[in-house]
Ligand binder design. Sequence first.
Ligand code: NAD
Length: 718
Amino acid sequence: MNTLKLDLGADGVAIITINLPDRPVNVFTSAFVNDLQAAVEEVLTNVAIRGAVLTSGKSGFIAGADLKDLVDAFDQGIDAVQASHRFDRENAVMRRIETGGKPFVAALNGLALGGGLELALACHRRLLVNDPKAIVGLPEVTVGLLPAGGGTQRLPRLIGIEKALPLLIEGNTLKPAQALQLGIVDELVDVTGLLEQARRWVLDNPEASQPWDVKGYRIPGGAGCLAAHATRSFQFGTTLAKAAGAQNYPARLAILSAVFEGTQLPMDKALAVEAKYFGTLLANPVARNLMRTMFINKGAADKLVRRPVGPAKSTVHKLGVVGAGMMGAGIAYVSAAAGVQVMLLDTNADAAARGKDYSRRILDKAIERGTQTRDKADAILALIEPCSDYAAFDGCDLVIEAVFENREVKASVIGKTEAVLAPDAVFASNTSTLPITGLAECSKRPDHFIGLHFFSPVERMPLVEVIVGKKTSEQTIARALDFVGQLRKTPILVNDSPGFYTSRIFSTYTDEGMAMLAEGVNPALIENAARLASAATSPLAVTDEVSLDLQKSVIDQAHKDGLEEKFLRLHARPVVELMNFLGRLGRKSGGGFYEFPQGGKKHLWQGLAEHFPLAPQQPDVETVKDRLLYIQALETARCVEEGVLNDAADADLGSILGLGFPSWTGGTLSLIDTLGAQAFVTRCDELADAFGERFRPSVWLRARAERGERFHPRNDAA
Ligand code: NAD
């Protein structure tokens, strides 16, 4: 047994300490389940043992299932029936714990999530250490699954369906005090007394059993459609599930069904119901996509998997930010919040001070909400120094420019900054469109020059696109990634090209929306199709947010620069021109595709009907959805073909975290893999025939499809 050890005390209480070797946290693995089974049998069959305490040798208890194993299971072709048996052994050992006749106590010395909490729920008593880091919860829904270790059955039996459902279908985690209040744990205990109190409970309760295994047990608040809360809880749950896109995220409805059906049955039958619904979810690509992109690959990106290994780890102590506008002010805030000293420079002291006010406003709101203290807020603000003299950049490890999107302005800023910058300091541009290699020509040290593309609003958007110019050195890449890690944001690494990756994909999305509008597709259909696909934004609404004059200047610049036709956005340009001509620039001008009535709800502008008359024949919603999603996936594939992207995980993460591409797809390249490259190419050809050559797949993509190549290689090992 190398994943746990069993120590038998003189009082007959066994302490089972879980501690998986070579793992930072405890997770359910096959070896662990074997060991747990053996330990539980030892407790139940050895007459010298009176009961057991389950605890962990790591700082947390158990973090849940090993998601990598579940991704592999999907990739190896598991079907719904096989998948429903995936946790049979885990469930059998948990039933042995609860029905074996001896008391088991979970002494939760740290966080207990997913399977970790489920194991605790199968114990007769739960003691949780009173430490804010010791969170508990069943977050499976967030990766497209349901808790399949009895969580959908034991939690409602313990605290009632009405309280359990929100936790199951939203997947929120709870702090110790909340867990106690809801009755999920029985006691909060100081860490020093944890084992002793658990041991005492075992000795005092030799006859422990679970309430739901006692004849006559009723679920608190009742179960089934006649329970007083049933209409409230299940209708509310179904509405919530549908609002969040039940057609794209099937886990919520599956959880509701498992709870509704299972809570009317005895425990063993209830577990079989849970297993059946779990099987349908694990065999569905949505869960694989969510686990792989949003958990495994995001985790790896956060740990800087793409960082060159050679250069030594670096830390930014002093940061310079040029331009205290929307982006610069946001970058200053997140950096100061991460403990970095920030010199925030603008053309004059007032403009720089206004940039600092942005942080003050964010912090004041946080204090009002109770999520920030005045002392900490003051400490963050003290780190930001507004200035207008470049001498302030003396001693900076990194300077980020976020001035107007204009090459001449940026060139002047680069020159002035480099005049005071230490030779080894890094200069980064937050440009969203100007190629980094071109900007680096204004620098005397292009090897120290890089793109750090933040998203707006900086304090809320988790992604940073790191753009590598032709001359950017490995050392500069490493230092830029270290800085993104310092901010606790997720970096993706992209090679230089017009629009890099995210801006390029973003414009295919907005442009497709505008092209459809010009063809006479009902704008409500365009916007609703995006919502039905669970995209974070709809194309016309988001264009109003970024503004149509900005779109015009980007398109005009592309024409002026003589870029290739594919970057000229010819199918969207007439709409952009017309909206500019009409003075409808978006939210900032009081209206664009939408009206923004004072104090009222925004709605599509009636005038669209006059300028973009509806075509007599409207497309079906699936076609509109396909156009919006496929054009982005196809452009991503082009970025891989052109070497803008080297890594499929970066493509997926960038599309979801930066652009709001629907997460159920796993991202743009996961979408192609999930559909199958051949099917994707065939559908793109149909769309190209009907709507334009921009949908035509390249020779390269066709050849890959014919060879059956995937962007994410499958782990086929049995
Ligand atoms: P903004 O207009 O809000 O702010 C620009 C700031 O730069 C202003 O405060 C201005 O006074 C200052 N500035 C201009 N010239 C200067 C100079 N020579 N020296 C010092 N300060 C100067 O613009 P923004 O939206 O914050 O965008 C800034 C940059 O970030 C642009 O390159 C833009 O493309 C990029 N970007 C913007 C977004 C976005 O959503 N707005 C997203 C990503 C990247």
